[in-house]
Design a binder for this molecule. Structure first.
Ligand SMILES: CCCCCCCCCCCCCCCCCCCCCC(=O)SCCNC(=O)CCNC(=O)[C@H](O)C(C)(C)COP(=O)(O)OP(=O)(O)OC[C@H]1O[C@@H](n2cnc3c(N)ncnc32)[C@H](O)[C@@H]1OP(=O)(O)O
Ligand SMILES: Cc1cc2nc3c(=O)[nH]c(=O)nc-3n(C[C@H](O)[C@H](O)[C@H](O)COP(=O)(O)OP(=O)(O)OC[C@H]3O[C@@H](n4cnc5c(N)ncnc54)[C@H](O)[C@@H]3O)c2cc1C
Length: 664
């Protein structure tokens, strides 16, 4: 049977309405139609072709990205695309570029931290791309520790200006995307100094390059920080280095929503909490969670289709060999990743809702939900990006040797994705933020303050410390309340145990440092609970389409029970479940894998990814893997000549040498 026939045969086995699932995946019919249209638009435009990207040298690669970004902007204007459509277009062009930072961080920073007047002045310029902005926070010496940034912004009352300066080598801005070669402006984070006094780190709008000839403003040194991990991948981005030698900017270019500096250099606090300076990071972390499901789904789509095409062993009497997807080991590695893609999709949807809600409340001067929004975005960003980076690598292994070929699409996907574990907050640093939030919540339980939102379960801590898991048969693990209670009890017990250990330290900060590895584990448990609970919530919705809800239920329980299996130590050591119940969960998991198996191809088809977007010979929709892989190999520049360059210099003399030795 040919690869093409394999996938057609697989699709015939489907037990649910794939078109309805496509809408569930996209979030709504509107989102589906819009993303589908944009995916096709990009795939059919030769200017967005991405073949051969990995073989380009840095300069050529970068110029190619500039060309694509300019073409995308031209199409956005010509077609009068809305912001939503333009966002999808950017996604399917599938090439990180300076525009991500311009739209994703520069514009949101002005919106979130600028006063009304500042927004009126700068946003129209940014929206028309008459200026291009970057987000210059991280320095050579400090990234995680934002309070430790060294760049200074000193107010000069004589001229009514700030003087931006890099006092040390380690104060050089280092990493900001789009900064190296493109941005004309940046939001620069610097220590505010007025009248000889420091007032913490704030954002300033600074022009970096001339709008006429793109030369740096005198006093500014600026360039690219060099090649990054992998071919192609994130090297399309000009991450930059930047230093300031006493650069002067007008006073009104400090973003002043949180703190105003008067003409006299006096600092006047607004009613907005200081943490709003970190608001852009909260926004981007939320988008990163949604992006995690997209990247994970791509890897899973490739690995699932290829696993159905690939056959190894098991042939009897000259019959067909076994499709590798039928091996239980392959299923136990692949299907939890498929389930995770759906789980992250739904938690991403919920997080977007939470973020919108927070934004509305902030506009009405209600800041009460800010700590919860910070903890959720930080924790879920960490959880989903770590899981996705690991999953892409697992998908590469699931594709055997061919997964290691760039033609599989997986090496570049991994290389482009893996910095998500570091940028926008190192994943461990972010989990420590969640831990602080959880410990604070537990410490306030006695004071009568009722936890709300994602920590509401901690309000039932006494029950959760005593409850016994009510599972007697494997089927009992298919009850939402049972699964939820197990995850809540595990998280609550871990939080309380950590809080008790912390209380043994005289100095809480010493305790926090000493117990930080344990605290991170509690944060992971809490974040996994959020993902499981949002997936369960999704199942309660009225989801149309034959068999769709059934498939989602199977995926939800695979996600939860696989976590239970993987983190069994937590569940057993906290006494949430017994070894017998753990074994029943595992039995149920195997049964769920069998139920998902006939629907696996349709479940990845529901992502509605074009072959252009997937960029993988192994993941092709038609399953025609081998002929295309063979064809692809011949495109390699090494095959341009039959005898390689260097033969006469190196191979031929070597062979001659050996011949001479043999004759001796
Ligand atoms: C129409 C056309 C349209 C076209 C449209 C085209 C569409 C295009 C669309 C484009 C799409 C977009 C794509 C984007 C791509 C992005 C790519 C990636 C770029 C990557 C960028 C970056 O990589 S950019 C740098 C990120 N760099 C960090 O990420 C540093 C981490 N480091 C920290 O974040 C802090 O340093 C750290 C640790 C908290 C300690 O902060 P700290 O020192 O102040 O210390 P504490 O821990 O004491 O915190 C003190 C108190 O603040 C509370 N708090 C802390 N953070 C808070 C927070 N965020 N919100 C609220 N509250 C917060 C905390 O909970 C405490 O609260 P409490 O006092 O009540 O307990
Ligand atoms: C591809 C890419 C794009 C980027 N784009 C931008 C951008 O556009 N703008 C921008 O401003 N920045 C950008 N950054 C910088 C990025 O935000 C930082 O690299 C990130 O926040 C991590 O900070 P760091 O590099 O200082 O890591 P470090 O903090 O030095 O981390 C090193 C190690 O120390 C550990 N560690 C640090 N602090 C603690 C702690 N308190 N407790 C326990 N462990 C700790 C970390 O877990 C990690 O293992 C980008 C980075 C990358 C890789």
């Amino acid at each position: 049977m040919k690869g093409v026939d394999h996938l057609a045969h697989e699709r015939n086995k489907t037990e649910f309405d794939v078109d309805a699932m496509k809408i569930v995946w996209a979030g709504s019919r509107h989102a589906f139609e819009l993303s589908d249209r944009m995916a096709r638009l990009v795939a059919s435009d030769p200017a967005f072709q991405k073949d051969g990207r990995i073989r380009l040298g840095r300069k050529e690669l970068f110029k190619n990205t500039l060309r694509k970004a300019a073409h995308a902007w031209k199409r956005i204007l010509e077609l009068h695309l809305t912001e939503e459509e333009a966002g999808w277009l950017r996604n399917f062009v599938d090439e990180p570029s300076f525009t991500d930072l311009h739209w994703g961080m520069f514009v949101p920073a002005i919106k979130g931290q600028g006063t009304d007047e500042q927004q009126q002045k700068w946003l129209p310029l940014a929206y028309k791309m008459q200026i291009i902005g970057s987000y210059a926070q991280t320095e050579l010496g400090h990234g995680s520790n934002v309070q430790g940034l060294e760049t200074t912004a000193t107010f000069d009352p004589e001229t009514d200006e700030f003087v931006i300066h890099s006092p040390t080598l380690t104060s050089s801005k280092w990493w900001p995307g789009g900064l190296g070669k493109v941005s004309t402006h940046a939001i620069v984070y610097a220590r505010l100094i007025t009248n000889g006094q420091e007032h913490g780190v704030h954002g300033f709008i600074v022009q970096l390059r001339s709008l006429d000839d793109h030369m740096p403003i005198p006093g500014i040194t600026i360039g690219d920080i060099g090649m990054k991990f992998g071919n192609g991948a994130y090297n399309t981005m000009d991450n930059g280095v930047l230093t300031f030698d006493h650069i002067r900017i007008p006073r009104n270019q400090m973003l002043m929503r949180v703190l105003q500096v008067t003409r006299e250099g006096k600092c006047v606090k607004s009613n907005v909490p200081r943490q709003l300076i970190y608001g852009t990071m909260v926004f981007v972390r939320q988008t990163i969670v949604a992006d995690a499901s997209t990247a994970l789904a791509r890897a899973v789509c490739i690995a699932t289709r290829y696993s159905a095409v690939r056959r190894q062993f098991g042939s009897q009497d000259g019959g067909m060999e076994t499709q590798v997807i039928d091996y239980k080991t392959q299923q136990s590695r692949l299907f939890p990743l498929l389930a995770s893609a759906y789980a992250f999709r739904f938690v991403g949807e919920w997080l977007k809702w939470l973020y919108t809600d927070v934004t509305q409340r902030l506009q009405a001067n209600d800041f009460s939900i800010l700590p919860e929004a910070h903890a959720c975005t930080a924790g879920l960003k960490s959880l989903t990006t770590t899981a996705t980076a690991d999953a892409i690598e697992e998908c590469r292994k699931l594709c055997g040797g061919h997964g290691y070929l760039c033609a599989s699409g997986l090496p570049e996907l991994f290389a482009v994705y893996v910095p998500a574990c570091t940028y926008e907050g190192d994943n461990v640093v972010l989990l420590l933020q969640v831990a602080r939030f959880l410990m604070k919540t537990v410490s306030q339980l006695g004071s009568g303050k009722k936890p709300v939102g994602t920590t509401a379960y901690l309000g039932r801590v006494q029950d959760l410390l005593q409850c016994c898991c009510d599972v007697q048969t494997a089927e009992d693990w298919l009850k939402p309340s049972v699964v939820l209670e197990a995850f809540e009890a595990r998280s609550a017990r871990m939080c309380v145990a950590r809080a008790q250990n912390l209380s043994k330290f005289e100095n809480p900060e010493d305790g926090f440092a000493e117990l930080s590895a344990d605290l991170v584990e509690a944060s992971v448990a809490h974040c996994q609970l959020i993902v499981v609970s949002k997936f369960i919530d999704k199942l309660q919705q009225d989801i149309p389409g034959k068999g769709v809800n059934r498939q989602l239920q199977n995926l939800c329980y695979i996600y939860a029970l696989n976590l239970l299996h993987k983190y069994l130590g937590d569940f057993l050591s906290t006494g949430c479940i017994t070894p017998k119940q753990a074994s029943l969960a595992n039995d149920q998991l195997r049964s769920l894998y069998s139920q998902i198996r006939p629907n696996a191809i349709a479940l990845v088809d529901a992502f509605n990814y074009t072959d252009h977007y997937l960029g993988s010979v192994l993941g092709r929709y038609d399953g025609n893997v081998y002929p295309k892989l063979y064809e692809e190999a011949w495109k390699d520049p090494l095959n341009d000549s039959v005898v390689p360059d260097g033969y006469h210099e190196y191979i031929h003399p070597m062979l001659k040498q050996q011949l001479r030795n043999a004759r001796l």
